[in-house]
Design a protein around this ligand. Structure first.
Ligand code: ZN
Length: 153
């Protein structure tokens, strides 16, 4: 899809009156693996301080283009924000959070090992594999905090 215009940049208002980034909705990638001690881990991104909800933890993602599927948008955003090998990433399911007039899709995927993931670009301050049991204790992005209880194993 290289070279196609990503037309999703811009704010939208959902029917609940929230302001959201992404004119055609937004998508993020929740990547899971079995990490240290055999525990379920997820790959989280700490957003750069200058971004919307800067400094909070969530999943890499962003505005979906009108012509993209949620899976395509989430994987494109991952490539833009994170330096990592994506060959072994297997999409398991997509969680749809429908706000009415605006949607956030969390693409849930798995990978065999907690592979090295480093920030690419200015929007990401840090990438970290976090044990699922400790996710809720982090300073989470409000959108991710709201959906995390529905994204469990
Ligand atoms: Zn909303």
């Amino acid at each position: 899809m290289a070279g196609r215009f990503v037309d999703g940049d811009g704010w939208a208002i959902c029917s609940a009156g929230h302001q959201h980034w992404g004119r055609h909705g937004a998508a993020g990638l929740l990547l899971r693996t079995v990490g240290e001690g055999g525990a379920d881990h997820v790959l989280l991104q700490r957003r750069a301080w200058w971004t919307h909800h800067g400094g909070t933890w969530g999943v890499p993602g962003g505005a979906k283009a009108s012509w993209e599927t949620p899976e395509e948008a989430a994987l494109r955003e991952l490539g833009e924000e994170v330096e990592m090998a994506v060959e072994g990433v297997i999409v398991e399911r997509v969680h749809h959070d429908d706000h009415g007039g605006w949607s956030y899709w969390t693409v849930i995927a798995t990978v065999d090992t907690p592979m090295t993931a480093t920030p690419r670009g200015r929007e990401t301050a840090e990438m970290r594999w976090v044990a699922s049991t400790t996710v809720a204790s982090l300073d989470l992005h409000p959108g991710f905090a709201a959906t995390w209880p529905q994204l469990g194993p």
